[in-house]
Write a protein that binds this ligand. Structure first.
Ligand SMILES: [Zn+2]
Ligand SMILES: [Zn+2]
Length: 301
């Protein structure tokens, strides 16, 4: 293997190529997930309004700030993604594209989500330290009433720290001799953006009774993260409620507030029709995306 240097044109070409694909993929993931959520809330407007968590509504200036700063985040996500690609090209990060058994794939995704949950909780709590908050995390909290577009609304510093998880995680697994499946990383990235958009929807998306069942209560809800935006001092977790409960940082009224907004769904004929149209739209988008990723995105990992 040749030793690439800063003047190596193939290295520069690879950086440019990775950057272009990184921006394209990160932007399309964000805009598809946030845009789809925004459209669903618009189509099911009366249902969404009955489950709105805050009375306050986000203003046009909030949407503009969130969209613009999310575009900046996409750029920095792509810059950070370059390190993953170059480390993979250099053989430091081990990513395998050949067939993995379904069980290994599920296990790898599960481990990555669990580790990311811990990374997010502790990074998030650290960024709430008075000496760091203003520089790193204040920008995200300008969205007191979150919208689906809040998902990537970060300062530059927070965007880099959030994006650093994937290369750091893959570096650790590679050093431990574990080759991660490229497909597992792809699934993880999609789970991350979908959950991120759900947490910022401003409307409780989880069914009534979610916090009262031992089978679902450990998975976070929209109300859980929304309370963090409206009150700040509680609920630092992301996918799960473990860390907030272990560390005593869960909002004392979380379950009560969830029960107040998560009303049982009454399926009328009009709602059923909208639901079937939405399911078809989501399936059509997924199919288009899947074929697009097969021809373009998968070649990255
Ligand atoms: Zn915060
Ligand atoms: Zn947030």
């Amino acid at each position: 293997m040749t030793n690439p240097t800063a003047t190596d044109p193939t290295l520069l070409a690879r950086i440019g190529d990775h950057m272009m694909w990184g921006i394209y993929l990160d932007f399309s993931r964000y805009i598809i997930a946030a845009g789809l959520m925004f459209a669903i809330l618009l189509v099911f407007k009366s249902w969404a309004n009955s489950r709105r968590i805050q009375e306050r509504r986000a203003k046009a200036t909030d949407y503009r700030r969130e969209l613009l700063s999310s575009l900046r985040t996409v750029f920095f996500f792509a810059v950070t993604t370059i390190s993953t690609m170059l480390l993979r090209d250099a053989g430091v990060i081990k990513l395998e594209l050949h067939e993995f058994s379904t069980w290994i794939l599920v296990a790898q995704i599960g481990v990555m989500v669990l580790v990311h949950d811990a990374y997010f909780y502790w990074l998030h709590r650290t960024m709430h330290h008075p000496k760091l908050f203003r520089t790193l995390h204040l920008h995200h909290h300008k969205s007191r009433t979150p919208t689906p577009f809040t998902a990537y609304s970060f300062s530059v510093g927070e965007a880099v720290l959030e994006a650093a998880f994937v290369p750091l995680f893959l570096l650790m697994t590679s050093l431990a001799g574990i080759a991660y499946a490229g497909m597992a990383v792809l699934f993880f990235i999609w789970i991350q953006i979908v959950r991120n958009v759900m947490q910022h929807a401003g409307v409780e998306l989880h069914p009534a009774g979610w916090v009262d069942s031992k089978w679902t209560d450990w998975i976070s809800t929209t109300t859980h993260h929304d309370l963090h935006h409206s009150e700040g001092r509680y609920n630092y977790g992301f996918y799960f409620t473990f860390w907030d409960r272990w560390m005593g940082t869960e909002h004392p009224e979380y379950k009560q507030r969830f029960r107040e907004v998560a009303k049982p769904v009454v399926v009328s004929r009009g709602l059923a029709e909208k639901l079937s149209i939405s399911v078809m739209a989501v399936l059509a988008t997924s199919a288009t995306l899947h074929s697009g990723l097969q021809t373009m995105g998968l070649s990255l990992i």
